[in-house]
Design a protein around this ligand. Sequence first.
Ligand SMILES: *Cc1c(COP(=O)(O)O)cnc(C)c1O
Length: 228
Amino acid sequence: MIGKNLQKINQQIALACSRAGRSPEKVKIIAVTKKFSPDAIKQALELNITDLGENRIQEAVPKIEQLPEGITWHFVGHLQTNKAKEAARYFSLIHSLDRYSLARELQKQAEHLSGEIRQPVRALVQVNVSGEDSKHGLEPRELKDFLDEVHRWEALNIEGLMTMAPYVEDPEEVRPVFRRLRELRDSLAVTGLELRELSMGMTNDFPVAVEEGATMLRIGTALFGPRE
Ligand SMILES: *Cc1c(COP(=O)(O)O)cnc(C)c1O
């Protein structure tokens, strides 16, 4: 089942890439495993999916500890400051850096990581492009000042931007959200802030996100089926 789903997703990515003149190799699937069982996750691993995403520390840490090494774990949910330590310890990339106080805490935790796991914390800055009250993230106009500051911090590597589009029936409606994130990335590049990654697109809207330049898709339902 998961194998068939993955095939279908890969086909849709390939089609979207050909419409946009992009290479599918530049688009990574993050399998969002929240609320899915270790069994389902093991099936995904057998299909060579090695990038997995979780959105809650309490749920993720026991899963991470019982699954094999060699998985690249992505934290995609809202991160409370008091969970920054575990996020830094267990996750390779944090997609949801959305405020200065969290950046400070992640930097501090990265400095305190010990031994072989000591390395900069890698993060994407979450941007609230759609402006919905319910969404976390910096406002687009806050982005430049924020990055100018945190970019200089040695123990924190900012590698890109992330956004969540509103849920809509017709994904064409959220194309402007994805386009805006890409334009923000491009305008920052002009000022010397190179950000490679654009984490955008979920089950409902990922082909449109690919057309608009997504480099990381966060996909749960289309791969594993509906959550309980
Ligand atoms: C759950 C979740 C996803 C995946 O959602 P699906 O609609 O199941 O693909 C992506 N991003 C975030 C932040 C999530 O919490």
